[in-house]
Structures are given as C-alpha cells and as structure tokens.
Design a protein around this ligand. Structure first.
Ligand SMILES: N[C@@H](CCC(=O)N[C@@H](CS)C(=O)NCC(=O)O)C(=O)O
Length: 240
C-alpha cells in the first residue's frame, strides 16, 4: 500500500514542523518510508480538507487517513505489529502519552518563547500574516516582544530541561538503552528549533541533552541530521 505524508512547508521548502518530525521518525523506526511527502503551507487548508481537519501531519496509508502525530504513531503500531515496536507495549504507550503531553504542554512553549521570531523568519511569506495573527493570539504578545524578552526565559527553560537532563544523565535514551517513540516526540520537538534558529538552547560541552540530541541526529541513517537547518552557534548549515 502506498504511504503518503502531508507535511508543513516553510520558506525555501524548509520542513520544520515538530509534529511532522515525530511522524517521520516513527515511520523510520518501523522501517517504512513515505512513497510521497506532500508539502502543505499553513494557509493551504483546501489541500488537506479531505482529512476533515486543518492541521498537518496527516498520514495516508492505502485507504486509511490519519491526522495528528500521536494518532499516527498509534496507527503505525497497530497496523505494523511485526515491525519494531514504537512503545514496547501498553505500559510504554501510556508513558509515551505523558511524554507527548509534556512536549506539547511544556517543551514546545518553552522553545517558542525563545525562538518564535526565528520560526517566523522561516515561515513562507504567503503564511506570515496568518502565522503572526494566530501565534500572537496564542501568546498574548507580539512576536517582537517575545524575541526581545527571550533572555529572561532562561531560568524557566532550565527548569523545563530538568527532567530530560536527569533522565539522560542516567541512560542513553529517554526510553532506556534504545530509542522508542518517547524519544521521537522530544527529538521531533527539537527539530523545530534546529530547522529554524541558531539561538543556543543547550549549553556547549558536556550536556546530557545535547549528547542525546547528537545520537538522535544520527539515527535512521542520519534522517534528522540531513535536514536543512541551523547548527546552533554556527549559522546556517545546509546539508543534503
Ligand atoms: N496535535 C497535532 C498538532 C498538529 C499541528 O498543530 N500542526 C501544525 C503544523 S506544525 C499545523 O498544522 N498548524 C496549522 C495552523 O496553525 O493553522 C499533532 O500532534 O500532529
């Protein structure tokens, strides 16, 4: 069956959606590659109307249409049970749901409060007014105010990193000895700044989250490392 992934498209074809990255990593973990990736701009709602909702990513697998990154991971786990497990069983799936809530409710916001301006620079020009209006509504501040206050976010950001640091100090992946979907949720979230911003979110040197992120960049034949993006502190690093 043909697999198609609908994915957000930024300026100059940059693919920075944290949710799409989660879906792409979940597919790679299952040893699946989309036959087609369809780029979708924020305002191209007509392109995804068939899915009955207005957000990407959307997975189409044969006659099955699955929007939402969490639902996509659960679908892949059920539809491809003989391939490597994304959750390692029901308990793992339950805990991954918690990680999903942490990433969406805490981690993404902490990142946004530091790099939303940089994301805005990488939104396709046709989407910029829409992005500004919807995101400023969400944060109750202008994108410029968020940018100008970002240094003040550091203490809150360090607190957000605390559970990741504590876990990754003790084990190589959030899931233990090998990565599962919990790692992909958090890594997908970190691909958002990697693809849009050179602002340093993690300290240089001996940081367990940075070291884990390096390992994650190399997984699945360097899927994440090959993405067009920014190397923190080194400016735009285009590869592949
Ligand atoms: N809960 C969804 C969230 C998906 C989502 O918000 N996607 C963004 C792109 S990163 C989107 O499509 N936004 C459309 C909009 O803001 O109009 C998931 O996990 O996939």
């Amino acid at each position: 069956m043909a697999i198609t992934l609908y994915e957000l498209q930024g300026a100059k074809d940059i693919r920075f959606s944290p949710y799409a990255w989660r879906a792409k990593l979940a597919l790679a973990h299952k040893g699946l590659a989309p036959d087609e990736i369809v780029p979708v701009k924020f305002t191209e709602k007509d392109k995804i109307a068939f899915s009955g909702q207005g957000r990407t990513p959307i997975l189409v697998d044969g006659d099955k249409t699955v929007p939402d990154s969490w639902a996509i991971a659960c679908y892949l786990e059920d539809a491809y049970p003989d391939r490597p497990s994304l959750f390692g069983g029901e308990t793992g799936q339950g805990l991954a749901k918690f990680v999903n809530a942490y990433a969406d409710g805490v981690l993404l916001g902490g990142i946004a409060r530091q790099i939303l301006w940089d994301v805005f620079q990488n939104v396709d020009p046709v989407d910029r007014d829409y992005f500004r209006e919807t995101r400023q509504g969400r944060f109750g501040k202008t994108i410029e105010e968020i940018r100008d206050n970002r240094a003040g976010e550091r203490p809150a950001w360090e607190a957000i990193l605390t559970p990741l640091r504590a876990t990754l100090k003790a084990q190589p992946f959030l899931s233990g000895e090998a990565p599962t979907y919990a790692d992909y949720i958090v890594m997908g979230t970190f691909m958002w700044p990697r693809c849009t911003s050179a602002y340093p979110l993690l300290p240089q040197g001996d940081d367990p989250v940075r070291a884990w992120r390096e390992r994650m960049l190399d997984l699945h034949a360097g899927l994440c490392r090959a993405a067009v993006g920014y190397e923190e502190d080194f400016g735009l690093a285009e590869s592949a």
